[in-house]
Design a binder for this molecule. Structure first.
Ligand SMILES: *[C@@H]1O[C@H](CO)[C@@H](O)[C@H](O)[C@H]1NC(C)=O
Length: 216
């Protein structure tokens, strides 16, 4: 194989991967999620298009602040396919994130989406960590009007570093980005991961692990 051929193959493979790195493209105008269907597919089966109404493509309430009275001082209000059936197969969704002063959206990742965020009010420290082995932390302080992107699958966090409440709106490259909060997944799974495993993994004693597990 000549150099060009190898390059073409590489390019084709790369494009192939890119095409399947996000939600697949729809094969029709829309496929409003029929959440009452017993059929299980990747995503949700389509409601009869004749029965679709404007309400299926509509959500109201993102102007309402989320309740940040919790241990983290933050609240994510999602508008994904569960809240808006019309998002099914469209590969996008969004969320509002509220922060009390000093509030944190604890380290998490979205298994299926890149997230792009803009700040509407306040000042946030946002950061993400690259994958092994570098694990480089990339952070930025962002304010009203600033936009920051979190690449798909990477662990990230937000912290309100201002004196006032902060509000951000995020868009995602999936109808169902989901999120896995690291602390909850590792220390608050159901059933719990054995404290022997976690003690070894984090190089601490089991009492330390039990203490953290009790918080979740
Ligand atoms: C916010 O959440 C807290 C804790 O769950 C609750 O006590 C409080 O009533 C909620 N506030 C509002 C306005 O819903």
């Amino acid at each position: 194989m000549g150099k060009h051929m190898i390059f073409s193959c590489f390019l084709a493979l790369t494009l192939f991967n890119v095409a399947f790195a996000t939600d697949p493209m729809p094969l029709q105008d829309f496929c409003v999620a029929d959440n009452s269907s017993p059929v299980r597919v990747n995503g949700a089966p389509c409601k009869d298009p004749k029965l679709v109404t404007a309400e299926d493509f509509f959500f109201t309430g993102l102007n309402i602040p989320g309740n940040t009275s919790n241990a983290f001082g933050s609240k994510v209000t999602t508008v994904s396919v569960a809240e808006m059936p019309g998002l099914n197969t469209l590969g996008v969704s969004m969320a509002r994130i509220d922060f009390a002063p000093k509030g944190v959206n604890p380290p998490l990742f979205h298994p299926r989406a890149t997230g792009i965020l803009t700040v509407l009010e306040g000042t946030l420290l946002v950061g993400f960590v690259t994958s092994n082995p570098e694990n480089r932390l990339i952070t930025k302080v962002v304010q009203k009007g600033d936009v920051f992107v979190i690449p798909v699958g990477l662990v990230h966090f937000h912290r309100n570093v201002g004196d006032t409440n902060a509000v951000a709106v995020a868009a995602y490259s999936s109808q169902n980005p989901d999120s896995t909060a690291i602390g909850k997944a590792v220390f608050g799974s159901t059933p719990l991961i054995s404290d022997d495993v976690l003690a070894k993994a984090f190089q601490v004693n089991r009492n330390t692990i039990d203490g953290i597990q009790s918080k979740f």
